[in-house]
Design a protein around this ligand. Sequence first.
Ligand code: NDP
Ligand code: GDR
Length: 358
Amino acid sequence: MSQRPAQTTTKEPTLKTAIITGITGQDGAYLAELLLGKGYRVIGTYRRSSSVNFWRLDMLGVRHHPDLQLREFDLTDLSNCIRLLSDSQPDEVYNLAAQSFVGVSFEQPLTTADISGIGVLNLLEAIRIVDKGIRFYQASTSELYGKVQQIPQTEDTPFYPRSPYAVAKLFGHWSVVNYRESYDLFASSGILFNHESPLRGKEFVTRKITDRVARLADGDPAPLRLGNMDAKRDWGYAKEYVDGMWRMLQHERADTFVLATNETHSVRDFVSWAFAAVDKHIDWQGSGDTEQGRDSQTGQLLVEVDPAFYRPAEVELLIGDYRKAKEALGWSPQTDVAQLCKMMVDSDRQKIANGVSF
Ligand code: NDP
Ligand code: GDR
């Protein structure tokens, strides 16, 4: 491994340098908070765009941390990947950057393949060229399992991706395994099941729900419009999952690990919990495209199905078995999903009270 630059800081001595690609996203922000708290020097990458997107780092109060450096970067450019690694000389690279919205991947399959698939290979090649001692984490996903082959899903369950996003992530996942086996890189893949938080993007179903429920409670009457409410997910708390990522790179050898809660619930369940958090209870009526949810006391329309949100192919049921991570890494989930849902509703109500829209 190449020599690391000596670090100085006014607080704790810096132990290691980590790169986080995708620091503007949900997981990137929580991981930055975690690593800075451990004394790391963190280099977080963001994309050049017309509007700055640092609200999550601001919410966590880490944007101006003295050991955090923000750097422009695009994963789809190999030369950019090589420069990022050779300039920063990291000990660890966490590749969280992706086009991560499954719905959009059906509309933008090539962009998704480029970022979420080839982008992984760009970083692996950059590591092979710059410094084979760098430890690499790849953000793999339970979407790899797709059409149900076996439940609960483990590291050994066969994959059957059901979206351009999942196909791209499959390429990334197997590239990590291949580089580990071919070049002896310390490259680990975390197959993470859905994880949510107040920092979740509003395009994802949990935050879309909690945001609309908070607005309904604030007097805005527009109902929540959703696609497939029968889909079942294994939802955990994002802040706990980034700790699992870090543990994977501290482990004695690179490997593949599932992080999950081993519980599954439908989108409809999540809707009911969110309304319960503002003391509203739902009467469900109809089915399929005509299903509606009404306030059990006033009859107000609160939820309706909009087939525009259906996907061309759906992942119906995810439930993960995290025993390997528990045994090897000492990791296990702590937050119950209904508790998590309430935390998100409360946070969205607070954002409305503060007049902020992210
Ligand atoms: P987000 O969508 O919140 O964040 C994705 C990040 O990727 C953003 O910072 C985005 O930057 C960045 N990005 C997108 N394209 C590029 C590019 N071409 N070059 C550099 N950066 C880019 O995702 P999450 O934080 O929720 O997830 C983190 C990772 O984990 C993703 O790879 C996701 O696919 C994966 N994952 C997530 C799960 C979850 O439940 N959250 C579960 C399993 C896997 P910008 O702000 O500029 O758009
Ligand atoms: P997912 O998350 O596709 O699992 O990917 P998302 O929250 O988008 O969807 C979960 C389920 O809810 C159904 N659904 C809707 N989804 C959205 N977004 N909007 C709706 O209106 C709606 N109605 C119903 C979906 O059909 C789906 O079944 C997330 C992302 O974070 C990925 O990057 C990550 O890899 C996986 O989780 C694990």
